[in-house]
Design a protein around this ligand. Structure first.
Ligand code: ADP
Length: 498
């Protein structure tokens, strides 16, 4: 094999990174470029697609230059991306018709209510797409652009406009406009894709008024999409792996089989469990989504997904709003200086409570405070709140899947906190595995690309490459864990009905 590396284009919500990964699956280097978050009105979030593009390509060319790499040195490029964010562009000029509408943007909440408010319609959407109707997903964002950018609907109906999530837009530009394609993981977040039949759904396209001609071709996550053909980027590098960020991280964690699961501890938390070829319908309002598959898997693979809205963000709040800590990392030493929270619970329901509570009107609570409560107790309660919320989510997911998650693979910025991980293992009574490389999202994109171009032989080789994990085993007495969990449930009850 002549090429020594694969590159992951890790296109996130606040920055674009290009990551160089070697044959031992080690992250050799990366270049990161932030881009502007645009907030035109309260609740609205936009990105300039061209700024994303230039931040992504700038990071790629800088990475290549830094290591003096040519196209021959790179076996393939994989893309992982912020999901759902919507771009509509004119292929004759390459110009987006407007800024991208970001997944967080709430501008179409009323539109979704209007189109999907009927419980029967909502149930049909759910059964076809695995999603609960929400402004979060791409469908209503496309509709908004077509209805609000002058002339857009007519141009779309005349076949003059293309839609894509960020992966699709990057692929289209990087292949010199030759390839208009996405992968099933990204398609499954649009709310226009039938996850059982594996196709864009005519009924849903019609419901949201989206012409089929705008939609990208859906190709396997691990396979050739095209080759680089863009000024300033070495020509002829295969683009051969694509997945939405959470599915990429599931793959990067080597969760290739049914029952394997990962949780990412970032600003929010994302729990995904591979469910093999079964699209599990959730009784707890979790989302059914498509998992990225290795080459040669001839059936669609699925995952259950749930999220915690406020995860690591509770530490940001304690830092920025309460001034209790200077850095998130400092929370560990402060929390470790007390044996427990002294009965204090923080329920960070800043924007309501998600699964399994689903109380959008709930707001945060701190309870159990006594005269002896100090900063360390509060910080510890903040950290523990992350673990409790994840434990609730794990319980809901295990109930849906009808099987336990024996090992929880963890990653994300806050997974670096050993105290949090140990507490998580304790209250879950499960084993936690933290890989040395917690950049699992980029790794997943690299894996998908590297498998399809023969850089790695198969998933067995990828598993074997995984360096030894940090393992956290449950040590806490069950009676103590149950007592703490009962206290948390009580705190949540007081949050929901104060
Ligand atoms: P994202 O990708 O969502 O931006 P990261 O994976 O970079 O997030 O994680 C950052 C989040 O994790 C922040 O909310 C931060 O407060 C929290 N965090 C980072 N390090 C720690 C730590 N050592 N202990 C607790 N929380 C942490």
């Amino acid at each position: 094999m002549s090429s020594h590396y694969v590159i992951a284009l890790d296109q996130g919500t606040t920055s674009s990174r290009s990551v160089l990964i070697d044959h031992d699956a080690r992250m050799v280097d990366f270049v990161q470029r932030p881009f502007t978050q645009i907030y035109p009105k309260p609740g609205w979030v936009e990105h300039n697609p061209q700024e994303i593009l230039f931040s992504q390509l700038g990071s790629l060319t800088e990475l290549l230059a830094r290591h003096n790499l040519s196209a021959d040195d790179i076996a393939g490029i994989g893309i992982d991306n912020q999901r759902e964010t919507t771009v509509v562009w004119d292929p004759s000029t390459g110009q987006p018709i407007a800024n991208a509408i970001v997944w967080q943007c709430r501008r179409t909440a009323d539109l979704v209510q209007e189109l999907c408010g009927d419980p029967q319609v909502a149930a049909r959407i759910r059964s076809k797409t695995g999603l609960m109707p929400d402004a979060y997903f791409s469908a209503s964002k496309i509709a908004w652009l077509l209805d609000n950018v002058p002339g857009a609907r007519k141009r779309a109906e005349a076949g003059e406009l293309l839609f894509g999530t960020i992966d699709t837009y990057l692929i289209w530009v990087l292949t010199g406009g030759l390839v208009h394609a996405t992968d099933p993981t990204n398609a499954s977040r649009t709310m226009l894709y039938n996850i059982h039949d594996g196709c864009w759904d005519d009924e849903l396209l019609e419901l949201f008024g989206v012409p089929r001609s705008m939609m990208p071709e859906v190709r396997p996550s691990s396979g050739l999409f095209g080759e680089t053909s863009y000024p300033g980027v070495p020509a002829g590098i295969p683009l051969c792996g694509v997945a939405g960020d959470q599915q990429a991280s599931l793959f990067g964690q080597c969760c290739f089989a049914s029952g394997q699961a990962k949780n990412t501890y970032g600003t929010g938390c994302f729990l995904l469990m591979h469910t093999g070829d079964v699209a599990v319908d959730s009784a707890n309002q979790l989302v059914t989504t498509i998992a990225a598959s290795a080459p040669g898997v001839d059936h669609t693979e699925y995952a259950l997904e749930g999220s915690v809205f406020v995860g690591g963000a509770v530490m940001q709040w304690m830092r920025d709003e309460l001034g209790l800590i200077r850095t998130a990392a400092e929370s560990e030493a402060l929390a470790a200086s007390v044996p427990d929270t002294g009965g204090v619970y923080v329920v960070p329901a800043f924007t309501g409570l998600g699964a399994p509570w689903w109380e959008s009107d709930a707001r945060g609570t701190i309870c159990g405070i006594t005269r002896g409560t100090n900063r360390n107790h509060l910080v510890r309660a903040g950290l523990e709140s992350i673990a409790y919320q994840v434990a609730d989510l794990v319980k809901a997911m295990e109930a849906d899947a009808g099987r336990p998650i024996d090992v929880l693979n963890v990653d994300g910025g806050a997974s670096a906190n050993d105290l949090l991980m140990q507490f998580q293992a304790d209250i879950l009574n499960r084993e936690l595995h933290r890989p040395l490389n917690i950049e699992t999202t980029a790794l997943g994109a690299a894996f998908l690309a590297g498998l399809s171009c023969g850089f790695w032989s198969g998933t067995d080789e990828l598993r074997a490459l995984r360096a030894s994990d940090d393992v956290f085993l449950a040590h806490m007495e069950r009676a103590r864990a149950d007592e703490l969990l009962a206290g948390w449930a009580n705190a949540v009850r007081r949050t929901v009905a104060p």
